[in-house]
Design a protein around this ligand. Structure first.
Ligand SMILES: [Zn+2]
Length: 88
């Protein structure tokens, strides 16, 4: 089974907790100096946090696609689902 999954994460970091003026620390993801802070107060660029979440969601989504719990039309046509946990 093939599948396409596109994940785009956009975080709202407009709040003051996501910026520490004058304190530049290495981003916890890429090491680039930044004044931005993540939700736990750790130095992190917004784009790095968004990419991190997107990668995690992508991995979960790909696993669900690979799981193939949604029957394909071929499975119905072949009668393989007649006794697969459904009404008999
Ligand atoms: Zn970064």
């Amino acid at each position: 089974m093939a599948g396409l999954l596109v994940v785009k994460v956009h975080l709202d970091w407009t709040g003051p907790a996501h910026y520490e003026r004058g304190v530049s620390l290495p981003c916890r993801v890429c090491g680039t100096p930044t004044c931005q802070r993540d939700g736990q107060g750790r130095a992190c660029e917004k784009t790095c946090a968004e990419d991190e979440i997107a990668r995690e969601l992508l991995g979960t989504g790909r696993a669900l696609i690979a799981d193939e719990r949604v029957p394909t039309p071929a499975a119905f046509a072949g009668g393989r689902l007649a006794t697969a946990g459904g009404p008999q």
